[in-house]
Design a protein around this ligand. Structure first.
Ligand SMILES: Cc1cc2nc3c(=O)[nH]c(=O)nc-3n(C[C@H](O)[C@H](O)[C@H](O)COP(=O)(O)O)c2cc1C
Length: 335
């Protein structure tokens, strides 16, 4: 077992990978701390970056952190460590969402994922643009389903009628979001007018994409204004491919598992040249989230709707620098 501290370059690679994960509104609600004695990375939530109106219980925050944990696992394995993850490791400190013990032999590992995912971490971007009519091949669907299952979640591709129903539920959620003044203000706060915003969080306007002129795919209007000049409508794919990510239970650990599953699915999709955007709006209204869970053959709790297809790559969004999000401790106390 390797017990020497991580070298600086490997550590920076791991943290850069973690922060490249998707997060709701690009809030990046995470912090990392290296415990050098235990050779473990602790992942903490940053509750100040939570969304009081859209995500009052912090479910989406846990999904976001779960996605960062998956990237950490992929990067740690890439630099030669065999990460052992514990979710919610400290009952006395609920702010610690995960810890990764980093032991290994120095050779590359693939901790339960295909070996080529590391570069996908930076190639993956949300693509909120219309996709083509090209369908996802069955082998790609099967691999995405398997990726979710590896993380203890399920991914279901419903049939045409059920997909249409899911999109209608998501559309209802989108309408409610726009009509809710608190949520609208909260959402707008995370949209930046230009590419040179210095905060390193939030979504630049170029990444927002258009609305669906066919009014079938409920793309989130982050500006909650539906202003035609800002979000010119375009026809989206007439037969959207949507997959439902779900977990058997609905505890905080399930939300973290769902986040890891989401990122595993997104990175495998990226490896196949498949783009994705997320439709999380119905998860933000308890009655609509329950409606989503009534998919045939599904037992469990809906965690995310993922729209998949072939189309333009989404633009990169900003990230906070690694040195802004991690600290080092040898005593068990933060610096
Ligand atoms: C829990 C969660 C919920 C999200 N909800 C939505 C959504 O409803 N609509 C959307 O377009 N993107 C959604 N996203 C994607 C984020 O906006 C996106 O990850 C973030 O802006 C960073 O951009 P990137 O994915 O291109 O790296 C969500 C991401 C997460 C993790």
């Amino acid at each position: 077992m390797r017990t020497a501290p991580l070298d600086a370059a490997a550590l920076e690679a791991c943290i850069s990978a973690a922060v490249a994960a998707p997060s709701i509104y690009n809030t990046q609600p995470w912090r990392f701390r290296l415990d050098q004695e235990a050779v473990a990375l602790e992942v903490r939530a940053v509750p100040e970056r939570g969304l009081r109106h859209a995500d009052p219980v912090g479910r989406a925050l846990h999904l976001s952190v779960g996605a960062a944990v998956f990237n950490l696992r992929v990067a740690a394995a890439h630099v030669g460590w065999a990460p052992v993850v514990r979710l919610l490791p400290d009952p006395e400190d609920p702010g610690v969402l995960a810890s990764l013990r980093l032991s290994g032999t120095g050779r590359r590992h693939t901790a339960g994922h295909r070996p080529d995912l590391y570069p996908m971490i930076w190639r993956r971007h949300s693509s909120r643009f219309p996709f083509s009519r090209r369908l996802l091949p069955p082998n790609v669907r099967a691999e995405l389903v398997e990726a979710a299952q590896t993380e203890g979640a399920s991914l279901t591709f419903p049939g045409a009628a059920e997909t249409a129903r899911l999109l209608r539920v998501a559309m209802e959620a989108e309408h409610r979001n726009r009509a809710d003044p608190d949520r609208a203000v909260e959402s707008r706060r995370w949209v930046h007018p230009g590419p040179d915003d210095s905060t390193g969080v939030g979504i630049p306007r170029v990444a927002l994409g258009p609305q669906d002129a066919l009014e079938q795919v409920p793309m989130r209007d982050f500006t909650a204004q539906r202003h035609p000049e800002r979000l010119p409508a375009q026809p989206f794919e007439p037969v959207p491919v949507v997959a439902l990510l779900a977990t058997e239970h609905d505890w905080r650990s399930d939300w973290l598992r769902a986040g890891q599953a989401l990122e595993h699915v997104l990175l495998v999709a990226t490896a196949h040249g498949v783009r994705a955007s997320l439709l999380h709006q119905p998860m933000e209204w308890p009655d609509l989230r329950r409606d989503l869970s009534h998919v045939p053959d599904l037992t469990g709790h809906a965690q995310m709707l993922v729209r998949l297809g072939y189309g333009p790559e989404g633009p990169a969004t900003p990230r906070r620098a690694p040195d802004q999000v991690w600290s080092r401790s040898t005593t068990g106390q933060p610096e």
